[in-house]
Design a protein around this ligand. Sequence first.
Ligand code: ADP
Length: 397
Amino acid sequence: MTVHALYIGGRFVEATSSRTLDVIDPATQEVIARVPDASEADVSAAVAAARRAFDAGPWREVTAQERGRILFRLAEAVRRRAAELADLETRNCGKPIVEAEFDIADVATCFEYYGGLATKVHGDVIPVPDNAMSLALREPAGVAGQIIPWNYPLLMAAWKLAPAICAGCTMVIKPAEQTPLTLLALAREFEAAGLPPGVVNVVTGLGQPAGAAIVSHPEVDLVAFTGSAETGRTVLRTAADGIKKVSLELGGKSPNIFFADADFEAAVDGALFGVFVNQGEVCSAGSRVLVERSVYPRLLEAMVEKARRITLGPGLDRRVKMGPLVSREQFDRVRGYQELGKREAKLAVGGGRATGAGLDAGLFVEPTIFYDVDHGARIAREEIFGPVACVMPFDDE
Ligand code: ADP
C-alpha cells in the first residue's frame, strides 16, 4: 500500500501529523493508497516554504519567458505521462477512462495556454492631466492558497497552478481528500520542469484542519477555492478576516432549455450529456431540463429510452459510459435525493442504487430522470451533484 508524503520546499517530506486518510477506488471501495491528513503545523511549513520562495528565493528574478517555458515543460510531462495519469484519475474518482483521457489532455492544454500568456501580461499607461504619470503594473499577488475539489482532480488543480505560475506567485495547493493521487503524481515533475523549491507545495488532508488552515493563514495573500457553495461561504468569511483576495468557483443548478423547433436528436443527446457526463458530478451540470410543452412527452420518452441503455461499470472498462460516484458520502447524498424525488415528482427511469455484475461492490447509482417536477421542489432547487435530471415543461418564452 502506497503511503504518500507531502511535497514541501521541493521535496517529499513526512507529515508531522500521524493521521492518514484512506484513498479508495469507488468502483470497488478498496483502499488504493494512503495520504497524510496534514495538520496546521504541516500547512504552516508549506506556507513558510512558499513565503520564502516568494520573498527571498530566485523566483522573483525568474523572467516571464522562463515561467512560460516551465509551463510548457509541465505540459510536455503531462502529455508524456497521459496514459498513466488518466488511469490513476479513473481509479481514484471513478469517471470513465475516455473522460479521464480528455481531462488529462485538457490539463496539458491549460499549462500551454498559460505558458503562452506568461509573456503577454502587459501593464498600462493611463493618461492623466498635469505633471503626473499613472502606470498600472501587474505584479504577482504573493502566496496563493489553492483548494481543489474531487470531480476533475488534476484539471481543477491545473486551472489554479497554471495561472499562478504564469503570474509569478508561489502556492500551497490542497487536493480534495478523496482524490489526491494525480496531483501527487504531477508533483514528481515539478523539479525537472524547472520550478524552484517552494514555488509549488502540495499538502493533502481534510477541509478541517488542512483546508481551513490554508485559508486562515496570515501569510497567505490570496485564496482560490473550487467546491461547494456551503464551503465557499466559509472560505469567503474566513478570508475576510485577513482581507485576502479570493476567487470562488462554486455550485450550480443549470437549466438547459429546449424549444420545439430544436434539432430533436441533438436536443436529446445534449440533455443527456449535460446532466450525465462525469456521473453528473459537475457544477455546471444541466440538471434542470426545460422543454417546450408541444415536444415535452416525446423528448422525455427519448431521453428515458437512451438513459436505460447507458453502460455502467468500473471506469477503466472502455465500454463504460458512466462510472461510480466518488465516495460513500456522495453516494448517500445522491441516494437521498433519489428518494426525495420519488416523493416530490414523478420518476421516469432509475431512482436507485445500480446493481448487477461488476456493480455491487462499487458506489454506482442509476441514471435517474424525474419529470413533471415543480419548480419549487427541493430536487429542482438544490444541487444534487449526481446523475439526476429534473425534466419540466414550459409554455412560452
Ligand atoms: P464536498 O462537500 O462536495 O466534498 P467541499 O466544498 O466541502 O465539497 O470540498 C471542496 C474542497 O474544499 C476540498 O478540497 C475540501 O477538503 C475543502 N474544504 C472543505 N472544508 C473546508 C474548509 N472549511 N476550509 C477550506 N477548505 C475546505
